[in-house]
Design a protein around this ligand. Sequence first.
Ligand code: SAH
Length: 218
Amino acid sequence: MAQDEETPETRLARLVLGLRSQGVTDPKVLSAIEKTPRDLFVPDLFRERSFEDSALPIACGQTISQPFIVGLMTQALNLEARSRVLEVGTGSGYQTAVLARLARFVYSVERYRTLLAEAEERLRTLGVANVFTRFGDGGEGWSEQAPFDRILVTAAAPGEPKALLGQLKPYGVLVAPIGRGPVQSLKRYVGDGKGAFKTETLCDVRFVPLLDGVAREL
Ligand code: SAH
């Protein structure tokens, strides 16, 4: 069968096999990706490319993350079924939907109203019921809901995200791209239970920047 005649399920299954060969080995994470229809989160113009392992443009000059990076970051979070997770940068809502399959509750913050409204609509369509969203500056976290077991930042922070680390539980895990340039380091911070963190660098990544404040337009 020619590739363009394949069903979305077949293409998604092939994408997942590729992620596994690249090091996303956690079966729960792979299964969550396989069950999340990425084509629903991609703009019409790029729908044909939904199951390619690449980041794609979405509204407001932002991007939907590359599936491999979504897999890697989700795996690095070490989620538990009872985890309460803060996500900074809802974007298309794709990463949010993957997290929602693996965690108890996901709290997601986005600085563009348009993106947030579209993501909320998609999550509703999929029947995802354990996600709470908020329009705001996610760099400040979500103090009313803190502390969190896990925090995932899907935009590049210029340096150590102190405000967010302050909203993490004592043994919590935070994963974020850190750096000011076009290429950043994906870092994982693991709480030692005494207010300090063990920091590891996982790989190089390319994310849009974490910006201060909310977008006034859009
Ligand atoms: N996980 C998303 C990635 C979106 S790109 C997806 O897979 O679709 C990163 C997102 O972070 C963008 O939507 C951008 O608007 C948002 N963002 C950047 N700075 C932010 C901030 N301070 N607070 C909340 N969201 C922010």
